[in-house]
Design a protein around this ligand. Structure first.
Ligand code: ADP
Ligand code: GLC
Length: 481
């Protein structure tokens, strides 16, 4: 039995701020249980719902050194859908209404978490063959493993994988502070280790010391070797090119299934969408106070509101787009400028635009089900899950050809009758508007073609099956090394 431990800062259903939580919650379930024992470890945040906290079982606690501090480490456990989840408890670090705040506090919080991940293993008597780390929050796991956990049999030979979900976030602060927080010696603060551009960098540490690196799409794996997408680490990505591979994300086909989804008013599938999907649109128009017209093309956005997602392009053409026969439904939270931008257009075009500036899982499902198209013109996109959810719900994605969007959305080709969505190349607002208008044209003038695109979109397989197999292959290979 191969033992794998996922170290992550979020996982559904316990805590989620973005796609990482979807991946860390869904992927562990997809491995062949005869050969793989996959468990997950994450912080026991105060903001995790009481419902979950009530189900956690206290295992034990101990104290651990971190820099000059001696810290309490509590361990809780919960079985969920056949997977063992461990939660690291420390109310000093994991308090507050959200998992993340800002540096340097977050750095200290996740230095604690990363070291605790290793410290708990002998205590719970689980020796993983591989620790699979996700994003900068767990970047120090491979570093601490290399540094202070090598004496003795237990840790010897444990392999690490660093998966990049978003290279933009690296966990960076000045070297003296990072050194003080982490307790790592000055040996680690050199440009071939944790130091990047004179700062201490958690993710870089992980990328240097991990045995293998993955990211969440093939295109992003290539893009991050270039200065535009490399976020200052493209040189390192090029240097580790032989250890870097892209494995595209999937989505949880049980949770995101229009046929069984209890969050949507009318269930449907690839055979019944022609009649049933439209009912979800009318229900949502009613709920959000939009003009009730089943024929009106409805475009959805469900997203963190950050510049990564291409909102500058949308802001630039909103007035023009709102002259068209379309409705826009937005669900998201994030940067104030984008929240206010959507609130403004909601006020200005009240019967056409509905800005929902909050976080709601059920509302996101309603939007995936109700809309005709889904707009995701990202500046960069490591993978993107929202477009996969849209495809599954027969809501055609309109995307920019970057990262995982390029790998998962096949542009409609009207001559060959192929494609599952619409896409454009350059980060240019009018190029995007042109493609949206092309989609409008197909929607209004060639409804049968539109429905055939939906047919293809809904029958594409973006479950975890093939990607989980690729991770299995990587795990087998690493363990065999
Ligand atoms: P990222 O991880 O960069 O935010 P992804 O497309 O990979 O982007 O994943 C985003 C996930 O977060 C999807 O599951 C999406 O439905 C969800 N999501 C984003 N914003 C909201 C919101 N306001 N309410 C509900 N779900 C949201
Ligand atoms: C990140 C990326 C997103 C990806 C998600 C899960 O948040 O921004 O593109 O889908 O991680 O891997």
């Amino acid at each position: 039995m191969k033992k794998i431990l996922y170290a992550t800062s979020e996982a559904v259903p316990f805590i989620k701020t973005g796609g990482l939580a979807d991946v860390a919650g869904a992927l562990p379930k997809c491995f062949d249980k005869r050969y793989f024992d996959v468990r997950v470890i994450l912080p026991k945040y105060e903001c995790i719902g009481q419902k979950w906290k009530d189900q956690m079982q206290y295992i034990t606690h101990f104290y651990m050194d971190l820099g000059s501090k001696n810290c309490y480490v509590g361990i809780f456990q919960l079985e969920y859908e056949g997977i063992t989840f461990y939660f690291i408890d420390n109310e000093y670090y994991f308090n507050g209404p959200k998992p993340y705040t800002a540096a340097p506090w977050d750095l200290e919080k996740f230095a604690f978490f990363s070291k605790a991940v290793l410290s708990v293993l002998p205590v719970i008597d689980f020796r993983p063959d591989i620790i699979h780390c996700h994003d900068w929050q767990t970047g120090l796991v491979p570093v601490y493993l290399h540094d202070s956990f090598q004496g003795g049999e237990f840790f010897r030979g444990i392999k690490t994988i660093m998966t990049i979900h978003n290279l933009k976030f690296q966990g960076v602060y000045d070297v003296p502070t990072v050194q003080e927080i982490t307790g790592l010696s000055s040996y680690y603060f050199a440009p071939d280790k944790l130091e990047a551009y004179k700062d201490g960098n958690f993710l870089k540490g992980g990328l240097v010391f991990a045995d293998a690196i993955t990211t969440v799409s093939n295109t992003y794996a290539e893009e991050i070797k270039t200065p535009f997408y490399g976020e200052g680490l493209d040189g390192l990505m090029r240097a580790r090119t032989n250890d870097l591979r892209g494995i595209v994300n999937g989505i949880d086909y049980d949770v995101y299934n229009p046929e069984t989804d209890s969050d949507i008013p009318y269930n449907y599938n690839a055979n019944t969408f022609r009649k049933e999907k439209i009912k979800n649109k009318i229900a949502l128009q009613k709920e959000l106070g939009l003009e009730q017209d089943s024929k009106r093309m409805m475009i959805g956005i469900v997203s963190r509101l950050t510049d990564q997602k291409g909102f500058d392009l949308i802001a630039y053409i909103m007035d023009e787009l709102c002259q068209d026969a379309v409705q826009l439904v937005i669900l998201g939270t994030g940067e104030e400028q984008y929240e206010n931008m959507f609130r403004h257009f909601d006020w200005k075009y009240n019967d056409k635009v509905s800005a929902n500036i909050y976080y709601s899982e059920p509302m996101s499902h309603k939007i995936y089900a109700a809309c005709d198209a889904f707009l995701m013109p990202s500046l960069f996109e490591p993978c993107g899950l929202s477009q996969l959810m849209s495809l599954r719900y027969g809501t055609l994605p309109i995307v920019r050809e970057t990262g995982g969007l390029k790998d998962t959305v096949e542009p409609y080709n009207e001559f060959e009758g192929t494609g599952t969505g619409f896409s454009f190349t350059n980060y240019n607002a009018h190029e995007m508007l042109g493609v949206i208008r092309n989609a409008e044209r197909v929607y209004y003038d060639k409804k049968r073609e539109w429905n055939k695109i939906i047919d293809r979109a809904m029958t594409k397989d973006f479950s975890w099956n093939s990607s989980a197999a690729q991770y299995e292959e990587l795990y087998n290979w690493l363990i065999g090394c």
